[in-house]
Design a binder for this molecule. Sequence first.
Ligand code: ASP
Length: 338
Amino acid sequence: MSRRVLVLYCGGTIGMVPSLEGYVPQAGFGDRVRAELSGVAGQLPDYDLFELDQLIDSANLTPQDWSGIAGMLLAHWAGYDGFVLLHGTDTMAYTAAALSYMLLGADKPVILTGSQIPLGQPRNDALDNLTSALMLAANPAIAEVCIYFRGKLLRGNRARKVNSTAFEAFDSPNAPPLGQLGIELTLRDDLLLAPGQPDFRVPTFDPAAVVMLGLYPGIPARLVEAALDDPRVRGLILVSYGVGNPPDGDEALMAALGRAIERGVIVVNLTQCQQGPVCQGAYATGATLNRLGVVPGHDLTPEAAFAKLHFLLALDWPSEEIREVLPLPLCQECSLAP
Ligand code: ASP
């Protein structure tokens, strides 16, 4: 019996149409997909296509939408062999990471994809991304949340949007691709996760719980204070320089971080570099963060760290446990720090 795939259209360029104000999502994508794929339907897995009632440009997505999407997948988990999520590229990496934590122990593929040019437009990359994602979602060798884009299959919680206009829009800078699709499909069986025991948890996210702040030369302490000036903030992702170095000469800035940590905010330190891990303490500046109790985020991407902190806070884990688990892989979202 052929494998069945559920395609869920959330919004994003792949199904958008041009308007006077630029691309906008449009309902009724299912019919357009069926028309486009009609010539090759016999060579593709069987699929059903649902779309969200409220289609979104993913720039407008909030952590609350992650639960909605996961809920839709879970409602149909038993009925399909795999899932394709058609999603805007702008925040696809955040959603992929969040889903990887919510669908811990997945035993089926969940493939997120989208496109840079909408389906049906000349020179679009949508058709290849969609058909390849459908085939990957029907592949029993895959049992995790991935992003497929322009020939590359990437672990979802390792992926980043790395190019705003190129068709090669995604990469996973700190982890090799899980597969390459040229004429042949090459999967890295040595890297793919084995099917797990589903341990799915779909919490309700508080969008105010986590803030993310990029350091820059001269950043004032009051910006950090303002970012944290809300009792709902329980986590801060700090994106610092190089191997995790902050401007520790700014005592007011360091004091602001220290006060936040004392009141229970979990501060995670990541690098602004495109590639490579945080080694907090390789320099004296970074060692200051060790003394304050900042958690080094190792080689987590900002997207993966943001979604992970949100997820653990939404589950209401005790702070100490969250701090311990953050730099350790739950589902290969980071490497083990040496
Ligand atoms: N702004 C669009 C979105 O993220 C871009 C895209 O789909 O590629 O929904």
